[in-house]
Design a binder for this molecule. Sequence first.
Ligand SMILES: Cc1cc2nc3c(=O)[nH]c(=O)nc-3n(C[C@H](O)[C@H](O)[C@H](O)COP(=O)(O)O)c2cc1C
Length: 181
Amino acid sequence: MALIELMQRRRSVRRYSARPVSREDVLKCLEAARLAPSACNSQPWHFIVIDEPALKDRISERIFSGLYSMNKFAGEAPVLVAVVSEKENFLASFGGQVRDTSYCLVDIGIACEHFILQAQELGIGSCWIGWFDEGALKKELKIPKNKKIDIVISLGYPAEDKIVPKQRRSTEEMSSFNKYR
Ligand SMILES: Cc1cc2nc3c(=O)[nH]c(=O)nc-3n(C[C@H](O)[C@H](O)[C@H](O)COP(=O)(O)O)c2cc1C
C-alpha cells in the first residue's frame, strides 16, 4: 500500500477485536521503530511490549482507572506498549539544552509513528495514549522512578473496519511557502 494511503487509513482505534497480535508482527513494528531517525542518532527509547494477557489486564486495570478512566478502552487491546524515554547521548542532550528543546520527545514521536504505521500496514490498529497513570505503570513494570514514560500505544485488530474522514486543518492553513503565514 502506498505510504499516503496508509496514512489516510490510520486512525485511532478505540474498539478492538479479541484476535491476538502475533509476536512476529510485533517484531516487525519494533523493527520499524528501530529504524527511526533521532537527534545525533541517540535512539533514546525502550519499547516494553506487554502481551502476556494476565499482566496486560492487571496493568490496564491500574493505569486506566480514576482520573484516567477515559482510556479504559485501551485495556481491551491485546497488546500495550510502554515507551520509556532513555538517556540521550551527550551531543543530543547538550544540543537540546543549548536550543532549549526536547530532541528526546521528537525522537520518540518519530519512532512511535514508525511503529504505528508498520502496524497499520499489517492491518493492526493502534491508539496513542498519553493520558495514563505513569506512576502505577512504573511500579508494575519495575521501572525506576527517575525514568519517564510519555506514551503508551494500544495495539490490536480493529473491531470494525471503517475509514474515518480526517479532521485536519487545510494545507493552506497549516503551511506556507517562503514566509510565515
Ligand atoms: C501524543 C498523543 C497523545 C494521545 N493521547 C490519547 C489518549 O490519551 N487517549 C486517546 O483516546 N487518544 C489519544 N491520542 C489520539 C488523538 O486523539 C488522535 O490521534 C487525534 O484525535 C487524531 O485522530 P486520528 O488518530 O483518528 O487521526 C493521542 C495522540 C497523540 C499523538
